[in-house]
Design a protein around this ligand. Structure first.
Ligand SMILES: [Zn+2]
Length: 333
């Protein structure tokens, strides 16, 4: 396909602090270098939608200058969106509730705009162009500031009745002694295995004098997730115990998901999943302790995400799928 008849979309991934932007074609190739920009917040800590639109403007102009057909803007956002209207229903990290951001972007640039939650976009990228291509039943799992995912079942996306499917991070682990969760309840798995939970466990180890490595790494500051992984790499017993416990809880949680849904694959992304080189391999081994069938033990694949940022790539894929240019059942061109 020559450059003149290629089709592409502007992909945007809006996270809790940064926005990733790039142009992506119908083969999943980057046409512009992916780059990051800080999300603008007002003095009350609310993300500024008008500021985001101003930051998008030069990127849209660049897309308009590219050779080929600019099919629209796909936006991946770190929270709950209505996948049909694109309305930002609840985005805790941006402090948004019922913000019609998709409509605002479409109005500003007069191009088709599609928006959905980042885990859904990552799932689309993996199904269309990634390791899950051709896989009928799989789960996407993000382990980062939060913990959760999205489901692809019987060869298609699974939304659930209210578009909340895939929230396996809010399956309860310990509602008696567990910490409060962002969802308003207590002791969800997320509160133990996501970044803040790992940092909290590291701080507790330091405070009780059990971790010389974390005491040295933290100095006068607070323990971060990254420090816990570094202390683990140095062989600090308390840090090793924390990470081992995290891997065990994730294996139990995802093992339950596999037992429930009989999945072929789990694709894992997010900053915590890259905390150590063998993190995903260890989940893959450990999860087999919690699988019900020999078939699942034999066939289940647990793999890392296929792209540096699957959600970004998936935001473009979503444009092509919604416009009927590509489908999960073979490509239209
Ligand atoms: Zn929760």
């Amino acid at each position: 396909m020559g450059a003149s008849n290629r089709k592409f979309a502007l992909a945007v991934d809006i996270g809790g602090t940064k926005m990733d932007v790039a142009c992506v074609d119908t083969q999943g190739n980057f046409l512009t270098r992916p780059h990051k920009e800080p999300v603008p917040f007002d003095d009350r800590g609310v993300a500024d939608p008008e500021g985001l639109i101003r930051m998008l403007a030069p990127n849209v102009e660049e897309a308009r200058r590219l050779e080929g057909s600019f099919e629209g803007i796909g936006m991946s956002v770190c929270g709950n969106l209505d996948p049909h209207t694109g309305e930002a229903v609840l985005i805790p990290n941006l402090h948004w509730r019922n913000v019609p951001f998709r409509a605002m972007v479409a109005e500003a640039f007069q191009v088709p705009v599609f928006a959905a939650t980042d885990v859904r976009m990552a799932t689309i990228a993996e199904a269309l162009w990634g390791k899950a291509r051709g896989v009928q039943n799989f789960a996407w799992c993000t382990i980062g500031t939060g913990y959760g995912g999205y489901l692809f079942l019987n060869g298609g996306l699974y939304n659930g009745s209210h578009n909340f499917a895939g929230n396996f991070g809010h399956i309860t682990w310990d509602e008696i002694n567990g910490p409060p969760c962002g969802c308003g309840r207590r002791g969800c798995v997320e509160t133990f295995v996501a970044g803040p939970g790992i940092a909290r466990a590291g701080q507790a180890a330091l405070d009780s004098g059990r971790s010389p490595a974390l005491a040295r790494l933290a100095g006068d500051g607070r323990v971060t997730t990254r420090m816990v992984f570094q202390a683990e790499a140095e062989g600090d017993p308390a840090a090793c115990e924390i990470i081992d416990q995290v891997i065990r809880l994730i294996a139990i949680n995802l093992g339950g998901v596999v037992n429930l849904l009989d999945l072929d694959m789990i694709v894992i992304g997010g900053s915590v999943s890259r905390g150590s080189e063998d993190f995903i391999d260890r989940i893959s081994k450990r999860i087999r302790d919690y699988l019900m069938t020999v078939e699942a033990c034999r066939d289940l694949q647990v793999v890392s995400e296929s792209f540096p940022n699957s959600a970004l790539v998936g935001a473009a894929a979503d444009v092509f799928i919604r416009k009927g240019i590509l489908s999960f059942y073979g490509q239209g061109e």
